[in-house]
Design a protein around this ligand. Structure first.
Ligand code: NAP
Ligand code: ZN
Ligand code: ZN
Length: 350
């Protein structure tokens, strides 16, 4: 077994302290990654605080982190995709059944037998607990690791492994491109990636935000328009005018104003997962043949496609790099929507 160190919370207080644990030895198909950066996704916060208790109960001790980049330091005998020294990434899951229809279609995140989550889950043996990227090392089957071709500063690449793929996947699925109007609700980790990726796909992008102070940043990120949502008068002129609106908001809020702004045959894609369910006015979907859709991260092949797309278009996350002793402060600021635009932990400082 390989001894390693992470940062764990032992209860929903989400108070982190150093945590020594073991990774498995490198098997024939495995790679060992020395983790350099781990992004802080709002899902880490929901899980650490056990806010998704009914859906995914928290398992403590919990080492969160599913936006991972690092350097490959060991490869198993049968490994073909990676060599020692390569940069590799890990996203939200580290294995799946490989047999079901979903796995067959390459959408392993919807594995019908349940994917193995990067943390707060178990390996496919259903007993060995998984610990995430707020740690020094990870051992993973090469088929579930991603190749990162970007080099240099990798801190902005880590968030692509969740925030990037979660926004890329539905934007691609619904055919976002030139001539299309895209709305992005919530300018946080996912939201700012949605802006960059939708712009790289050629769309006109409008940000919907509760934070007037983010207007200038939205422009710098590439957004064409910025709308403060607290005043309904700002939204009225935009009725029926978007091809797609992607809602990345982490807190409970009303979806109906956004359905109203989706245009004929358009779609509201929800990726934010607040604690409580939302209420939808059926009429606002019916009048205009509108759809509402959900989307969960992306499969391994599509995550690789997204990384290659981002490398080609020079898209990385805007990050604030922190040392591991500042995780709680980063959680507090993320909850207050004071994140510009992703906290990333420098695991080299662990
Ligand atoms: P984040 O960085 O905290 O961003 C969320 C943004 O939502 C905030 O920056 C803020 O933007 C807005 N917001 C916060 N509180 C609000 C409120 N009370 N009313 C309206 N807007 C509010 O979070 P994230 O990491 O991007 O994650 C966002 C959500 O997506 C979380 O629920 C997370 O669990 C979920 N998620 C889902 C998937 C998936 O596969 N579907 C993957 C990853 C994450 P403004 O300041 O601009 O208003
Ligand atoms: Zn995430
Ligand atoms: Zn499966």
């Amino acid at each position: 077994m390989i001894q390693t160190k992470g940062y764990a919370t032992h209860d929903p207080s989400a108070t982190f302290s150093p945590f020594e644990f073991e990774r498995r030895d490198v098997g024939p198909n495995d790679i060992l990654i020395d983790i350099e950066y781990a992004g802080i996704c709002h899902s880490d916060i929901h899980l650490a605080k056990d806010e998704w208790h009914d859906l995914m109960p928290a398992m403590y001790p919990m080492v969160p982190g599913h936006e991972i980049v690092g350097r490959v330091t060991q490869v198993g005998d049968a490994v073909t995709k990676f060599s020692v020294g390569d940069v590799a990434g890990i996203g939200c899951f580290i294995d799946s059944c490989r047999e079901c229809v979903a796995c067959g279609f390459g959408v392993e995140q919807y594995c019908m037998n349940g994917m193995a989550m990067t943390y707060n889950g178990t390996e496919m043996d259903r007993t060995t607990p998984t610990y995430g990227g707020y740690s020094k090392h990870y051992v993973i089957d090469e088929n579930y690791a991603l190749k990162v071709t970007a080099d240099g500063d990798l801190s902005g690449v880590a968030p692509l492994l969740c925030a990037g793929i979660t926004t890329y996947s539905p934007l691609k699925k619904f055919g976002v491109g030139p001539g299309q109007r895209v709305g992005v609700v919530g300018l946080g980790g996912l939201g700012h990636m949605a802006v960059k990726i939708a712009k790289a796909m050629g769309a006109e992008v409008t940000v919907f935000s509760t934070s007037p102070g983010k207007a200038e940043d939205a422009g710098k990120l590439g957004a064409d328009n910025f709308v403060v949502t607290s005043d309904p008068e700002n939204l009225a002129p935009l009725a029926n005018s978007f091809n797609l609106i992607i809602d990345t908001v982490s807190a409970n809020h009303d979806l109906n104003p956004y359905i109203n702004m989706v245009g004929l045959n358009g779609v509201l894609v929800v990726v934010g997962m607040p604690e409580l369910p939302a209420t939808i006015h059926q009429a606002s979907l019916i009048m205009g043949n509108k759809s509402i859709a959900g989307s969960l991260i992306g499969g391994i092949a599509e995550t690789q496609e997204m990384l290659d797309f981002c490398a080609e278009h020079g898209v990385v996350a805007d990050v604030e790099v922190i040392s591991p002793d500042r995780i709680e402060e980063a959680y507090d600021r993320t909850i207050k929507a004071d994140v510009r635009y992703r906290f990333v932990i420098d695991m080299g400082r662990a």
